[in-house]
Design a protein around this ligand. Structure first.
Ligand code: XMP
Length: 310
């Protein structure tokens, strides 16, 4: 990819597609949507409204951090609190695909509402090549793929989708991010799925269960950072495991630590995390999250496993 050619070409394409109209950017803070937001900002300036949907499934402090990073670039981010709507849509759902579909439906109806309110007719989003390949291939329902699977967003939700980086894979997205002047906290950010911590809570997704995996994620990200994995996170299983507290039997949650090395997320293998670091994460998780009684490290490569658990 030729960066010098790619950036102006994409800026011009967004300008041409949106014209004098208005667009909304769906910013999550990940490198994909951050790149799209800056490209669209360069193309449209004040014609772009940047929205961050707080779905209650983000990592610790994420909405505030994203707003601060973009604030420093002179791009204003509006945070829309839709936590209650997402948790209501997910209540009682345990099947992974049902959860993904409920997330997608809620995501687009919240966005559809915001787009209507703002008078925008376009939604700019950071779909990348791997998302399209996996959804078309039937691996899973990515929340951000609509047209590729035959859903018309204009008919269903009232806007057209603009996807400026849909032909790129992650390493190229990172190069574009750097060239656009995004800080290292964004360009080197680990991938984080659109449906957020929902992808890491097996079984029902409730605020309480998300809080457990969020707390474990803080510990895993902190302790594993020095090994610079492609992606590392915590997962909450749907089963419980027996433990001991004050000489008594205690039934508690099970957390899995997943850390993988990969180039483009299409294949992956477990990070050879040193034993001491694994032990430290395990100790910290059971100590700091007392409802957890067990921690395990996941070894399976992709394939046959996927990186995320749902
Ligand atoms: P899997 O689990 O399929 O994940 O091996 C491959 C990469 O994609 C991320 N991922 C997602 N990203 N929406 C996204 O934007 C999703 O629904 C989604 N599911 C998985 C995952 O974190 C990994 O980097």
């Amino acid at each position: 990819m030729n960066l010098k050619e790619f950036i102006p070409r994409k800026v011009a394409e967004v300008q041409k597609t949106v014209g004098a109209g208005k667009a909304i950017s769906a910013l999550s803070g990940g490198v994909d949507s951050s790149v799209c937001t800056v490209l669209a900002w360069r193309a449209l300036g004040e014609g772009l409204k940047v929205i961050f949907i707080d779905d209650g499934l983000m990592r610790e402090g994420e909405p505030q951090e994203v707003r601060a990073v973009f604030g420093r670039l002179g791009i204003e981010v509006e945070i829309v609190n839709a936590q209650a709507e997402f948790f209501a849509a997910l209540a009682g759902k345990t099947d992974p695909e049902d959860k993904r579909k409920a997330f997608r439906q809620t995501f687009y109806s919240v966005f559809g509402r915001e787009v209507k309110k703002s008078g925008a007719r376009f939604l700019v989003q950071g779909t990348i090549a791997a998302d399209i390949i996996e959804t078309k291939g039937g691996v899973k329902t990515q929340h951000n793929i609509l047209e590729q699977i035959g859903i018309d967003p204009e008919q269903g939700f009232g806007f057209k989708v603009v996807e400026p980086i849909k032909e790129l894979f992650k390493p190229d997205v990172r190069k574009v991010a750097k060239a656009l002047g995004l800080p290292e906290s964004v360009t080197r950010r680990m991938p984080f799925p659109g449906p957020g911590l929902m992808a890491r809570v097996l079984g029902e997704v409730t605020p309480e269960r998300v809080a457990i995996v969020r707390a474990a994620t803080v510990i895993v990200e902190r302790e594993i950072k020095k090994f610079s994995p492609f992606q590392a996170f915590a997962v909450l299983l749907n089963d419980m495991g027996t433990g001991i507290e004050d000489g008594k039997r205690k039934f508690g949650h099970i957390i899995i630590i997943r850390s993988v090395e990969s180039r483009d997320a299409m294949t992956a293998r477990a990070t050879p995390v040193p034993w001491d670091a694994l032990m430290k994460m395990s100790r910290r998780i059971v100590k700091e999250i007392p409802t957890v009684t067990r921690v395990a490290y996941e070894l399976t490569p992709k394939p046959p496993a996927t990186i995320e658990y749902i």
